[in-house]
Design a protein around this ligand. Structure first.
Ligand SMILES: O=C(O)CCC(=O)C(=O)O
Ligand SMILES: [Fe+2]
Length: 253
């Protein structure tokens, strides 16, 4: 293993792809190498130090790779691109790199979905978010929650304030389109170094932080080119920058 490795060994074959397509997400526990975890923590601490407000759209948070060289270098990292391509196929673009650090008092995030152009299946477009949960999370402590199968509804506007509200409202009576079982909330647990890949329409929320430690997290998003993209936070100058490994991946189309 080289110092520059991002991931350890993992399998992403037809079974894992089928799991991602069935559930809407797939978790790779402890996939980030020890060195990558250290470097990511350092970079994310730096991004956090630039914060002057708790607003999600604070610039260093949304444009994280533009503020830190290591985060920038990962956009074109061969192991990250290989994972993105094994999900999306060869023709991809970088979409965004957003820090998702959550300090001890963080309120978490309500249930929501995102969308790109997958509703129109004739276009064959995909959009995947690859989360690095650098120091992981425990269930109910800044932990990611999902509803397996929800992505298959391709609804980019689902919202709910609480689990109960979600179950009583959008989820009510709905079944998993592939397995025909009732939709259910799944609270995930992630040991340090966990990577989670998630299709863009997967319904997800984050529980409030209960422990005082900051959760260090960053997400890298890639997509098939073809449509404008709402969350594409890339400044004009950054789009023109030559990032080794990311040549041709920075443009919209
Ligand atoms: O903080 C998280 O774990 C996920 C945040 C989120 O909803 C997102 O990045 O889309
Ligand atoms: Fe989200």
């Amino acid at each position: 293993m080289s110092q520059d490795d991002l991931f350890g060994e993992y399998a992403f074959g037809t079974d894992e792809k089928a799991q991602l397509d069935r559930d809407g997400h797939i978790l790779f526990p402890g996939l980030l190498t020890a060195t990558a975890q250290q470097r990511l923590t350092q970079s994310l601490r730096y991004i956090q130090s630039l914060r002057t407000t708790e607003e999600e759209d604070h610039q260093p948070n949304r444009y994280s790779a533009e503020y830190d060289e290591y985060l920038q270098s990962l956009i074109g990292h061969p192991q990250l691109l290989a994972l993105a391509r094994s999900i999306l196929g060869a023709e991809i673009r970088f979409d965004h790199c957003v820090a998702l650090n959550r300090p001890g008092h963080n309120k978490g995030q309500q249930w929501h979905t995102h969308g790109y152009g997958e509703e129109d299946i004739s276009r064959g477009l995909g959009f995947v978010r690859i989360f690095f949960y650098v120091n992981g999370f425990a269930i109910g402590d800044g932990g990611l929650k999902t509803v397996p199968g929800s992505h298959l509804y391709k609804d980019r506007a689902i919202q709910a304030a609480t689990d109960r509200e979600l179950e009583a409202d959008w989820m009510r009576g709905k079944k998993h389109p592939l397995t025909d079982t009732p939709l259910a909330i799944e609270a995930l647990a992630a040991p340090p170094g966990t990577v989670i890949a998630m299709w863009t329409h997967a319904l997800h929320g984050v529980s409030p932080k209960t422990s005082p430690q900051t959760r260090w997290t960053v997400v890298y998003a890639y997509r098939n080119p073809g449509l404008p993209s709402g969350a594409r936070w890339i400044s004009e100058g950054f789009e023109k920058k030559t990032i080794p490994g990311a040549e041709g991946l920075m443009s919209l189309y």
